[in-house]
Design a protein around this ligand. Structure first.
Ligand code: PEP
Ligand code: MG
Length: 325
């Protein structure tokens, strides 16, 4: 049965009414990329580049990063790959960078905030991405954006990397498609202002849930609190989809919620265009999408969106799932 699922997974996922949902993978290495393709990934929705910095004693230089991206590109072929710039800090530590201790690292100088300070590190990564994009379909994504100015500053750093490569006569792609993670509540609330400035959004439900509910994602005592189907999170996701579509942009989800089969029809009903998940979850997700129709998932999403608490939203989602499976 697993073999049949895998075989069917090679085809695109289309709902009963013909609507397409893009199913892509979260990866951290070339080996993951290979697994993703085997499982039917149509591309990569999230390449976590922090993983390319782990299990080493020092940061890879531009050339090494370029080679890593080429290796991943070879596995993915002509499929699109969303590469996320370094998301270091909070739950993602890179010991050799020796960053200052902070009282609240989850609320600290992390991810894009850190890269805007560590200009050399950011520049090397951006150059490597631009160069690797000459041969492969990389799209760039900035994590942990909270305000418009951060996106503008990150885009300026990208533009500067392009100008440098241009002046040095080094081959690279320009322009690039640029998106952001929507994983801080301020970005979700301001998604209408951010949408015109990007090509796409990818909602990081792990962090969006953590920050919306003030419930740390890795704390097992809080696992019941940090549920992405909490109605407050669902309302934010709905707003992000509406604001993106109004500006003609598309929206993905790359948090764990995307691979949660109970949540999947809710996300599609809210308007999510692309789901990015662990490679192993892709065959079942595609098979499930093929059973759904837009006229089923829209009312489901509305119902979950107006639930009063997580118990209620989960009950509605679970009941719908049982009815289909
Ligand atoms: C997220 O926050 O939901 C996400 C996909 O990114 P990460 O899990 O790497 O923080
Ligand atoms: Mg995150």
């Amino acid at each position: 049965e697993r073999q049949e699922l895998l075989q069917a997974s090679a085809a695109l996922a289309q709902m009963q009414d013909g609507k397409r949902v893009e199913v892509v993978a979260n990866i951290g290495s070339a080996a993951d990329a290979r697994t993703a393709v085997k499982n039917g990934a149509e591309g990569v929705g999230l390449l976590r580049t922090e993983f390319l910095f782990l299990a080493r004693n020092s940061a890879p230089n531009e050339e090494e990063q370029y080679q890593q991206l080429v290796e991943i590109g070879k596995e993915m072929g002509d499929r699109p790959i969303i590469v996320r710039t370094l998301d270091i800090g909070g739950d993602k530590e890179v010991p050799y960078l020796q960053l200052p201790q902070e009282a609240n690292p989850f609320l600290g100088v992390r991810a894009t905030r850190l890269m805007l300070k560590e200009k050399g590190l950011f520049n090397a990564q951006l150059r490597a991405i631009l160069r690797a994009s000459q041969a492969y379909r990389y799209r760039i994504m900035f994590p942990m954006i909270a305000s418009l100015w951060e996106l503008e500053a990150a885009k300026q750093a990208l533009e500067a990397a392009h100008q440098e490569l241009e002046a040095e006569g080094i081959g690279h792609r320009w322009p690039m498609e640029v998106g952001i993670m929507v994983e801080i509540p301020s970005a979700a609330v301001l998604s209408g202002i951010l949408a015109p400035e990007v090509d796409f959004f990818s909602i990081g439900t792990n962090d969006l849930t953590q920050y919306t509910l003030a419930a740390e994602r890795g704390n097992p005592q809080l696992s019941g609190y940090a549920d992405g189907l909490h109605p407050a999170v669902v309302q934010l996701i709905a707003e992000v989809c509406d604001n993106a579509h109004r500006a003609g942009k598309w929206v993905g989800v790359c948090g764990e919620l995307a691979g949660d089969l109970e949540a999947l029809p809710v996300l599609i009903g809210l308007g999510v265009d692309e789901l990015s998940m662990n490679p192993g979850s892709i065959p079942k997700a595609k098979a499930y999408i093929r059973k759904l129709t837009t006229s089923m998932v829209k009312p489901l999403a509305e119902e979950v969106r107006s639930a009063r608490d997580t118990q209620e939203s989960r009950r509605i989602a679970a009941q719908f799932y049982r009815g289909q499976n």
